[in-house]
Design a protein around this ligand. Structure first.
Ligand SMILES: Cc1ncc(COP(=O)(O)O)c(C=O)c1O
Length: 433
């Protein structure tokens, strides 16, 4: 969809001062298509031409309680009067750590600012703890823009070679080839391959970093027992299990994926929903490993970790989540997926709807279930893309990238669901017939 005249003029201005007119490559949709936002409130977002969208991108996931949520604004506004950045611990920070512990069952928490910083820190801790250098990740999993894991994030649809020894593809230029020597990447959900690799190479492997579900592959779910299998293999070989909950944390359950899938990692990384859009992240985990972080032991730092604005936002977010806001998120997600099913069944198009209600993904595929990135890659993304374009025209904004699930907030209403499903039905008819 072409952007309106005011958005276009603003984007052209942005491109004069910001490479590509965006502060993250993932936000660029083309010179004539990239929108510039004017404001957002609750479940809605307005572009510079005052066109309103029901927002299912939610800033790539974080805004689980809705945009410009008044209780959070009030709490942050009051908190920041004491100052923000002290190079000392503050009480907001202590309370947030206590609340994260209570909701998730972790023992200790270090504050950070972004998901990328959190995964980088978690990997450092795992390497220091084990004295080993290598990382094992899964194809299709994105763990932020740091070099260590920015491989096989979006592998070519043609695949990455022989299943037993796949080659590594960096996401782009500028990632040192030698860093690939510190990494293994395997297909998600394949216990046999994982077992085989670990049996051969466990002595080198510091950590398995795993997104509990592939939140960057339309929410491909772990098959029954896969996360438990990783847990057991990590225990067997003294490998650190890092659960990257940057997308799932404080979204799919109060206690995140650890609660949803009943699994306990050694280290968990949180970011997005912890701040509802304020930049905040946390590296959390069990005492036997997180207790080793400290001066003269395992290094971790950051000027802004635990700053008052981020902590006040997180404190209010956690209070609202504890009070039951995620129930509204799940209810809306359930309603959408039931509606999609009816519409897509009637259209006779093969599809899979997957993921938890709080972040469902749709893939147009003949596969009965997507298990790994290849199943997603084999899907019909042109049709999905065409439908999303139609939805944009009608004022509904899921991500245009078919890898992103639909992110639901507690502010999406039943009336929104009716409107969105109406638009979805029309869009499907216009594209598929
Ligand atoms: C699973 C996962 N980990 C890490 C990150 C990186 O987080 P950030 O963009 O805050 O650096 C993302 C971002 O989308 C993510 O989805």
């Amino acid at each position: 969809m072409k952007s309106g005249p005011k958005s276009k003029a603003m984007f052209d201005r942005a491109a004069q001062s910001i490479p590509g007119g965006v502060s993250s490559n993932f936000r660029y949709w083309g010179a004539d298509e990239t929108l510039v936002v004017k404001k957002a409130e609750g479940a809605y977002l307005w572009d510079q031409d005052d066109k309103r969208y029901v927002d299912y991108r939610l800033g790539f996931g974080p805004v689980v309680l809705g945009h410009a949520r008044q209780e959070i604004i009030d709490h942050v506004t009051e908190a920041m009067k004491i100052g923000n950045c002290f190079a000392m611990t503050n009480e907001y920070e202590i309370r947030v750590a206590e609340k994260i512990k209570k909701l998730t069952g972790v023992d200790l928490v270090r504050m950070s600012n972004t998901g990328t910083e959190a995964t980088m820190g978690a990997i450092r801790i795992a390497r220091a703890f084990t004295g080993r250098d290598k990382i094992l990740k899964f194809d299709g999993a994105y763990h932020g823009f740091q070099d260590y894991t920015l491989w096989n994030t979006y592998p070519p649809a043609s695949g990455v070679g022989y299943r037993e020894s796949p080659f590594l593809v960096p996401q782009g230029s500028g990632i040192p080839r030698s860093i690939g020597d510190l990494l293994y990447s395997l297909p998600f959900n394949d216990k046999e391959l994982l077992e085989h690799k670990l049996k051969e190479r466990w002595q080198d492997i510091a950590c398995i970093i795993v997104e509990p579900l592939l939140g960057n592959q339309a929410s491909i779910m772990p098959q029954d027992g896969f996360l438990d299998f990783i847990r057991a293999q990590c225990d067997k070989y003294g490998i650190v299990m890092i659960l990257d909950e940057v997308k799932t944390g404080f979204r799919i359950a109060k206690g995140g994926a650890q609660e949803y899938f009943n699994v306990k990692a050694d280290i968990v990384t949180y970011a997005k929903c912890l701040g509802n859009g304020f930049p905040v992240a946390a590296i959390a985990g069990q005492k036997h490993i997180m207790g080793e972080v400290g001066p003269g032991k395992i290094p971790h730092g950051g000027t802004y970790g635990g700053n008052v604005i981020a902590m006040a936002a997180a404190e209010k977010v956690l209070d609202l989540i504890e009070a039951g806001e995620l129930e509204k998120v799940d209810a809306h997600g359930k309603k959408l997926r039931a509606g999609w099913k009816k519409i897509l069944d009637a259209a006779g198009v093969p599809y899979v709807i997957q993921g938890p209600d709080a972040m469902p993904g749709i893939v147009f595929t003949k596969e009965p279930v997507c298990r790994e990135y290849k199943n997603w890659a084999d899907g019909d993304h042109d049709t999905y893309h065409a439908i999303i374009q139609k939805l944009f025209e009608k004022g509904v904004m899921p991500d245009i990238d078919s890898r992103e699930p639909w992110f639901i907030s507690a502010c999406h209403t039943d009336a929104d669901a009716d409107f969105v499903l109406g638009a979805f039905e029309e869009s499907v008819k216009e594209v598929i017939g």
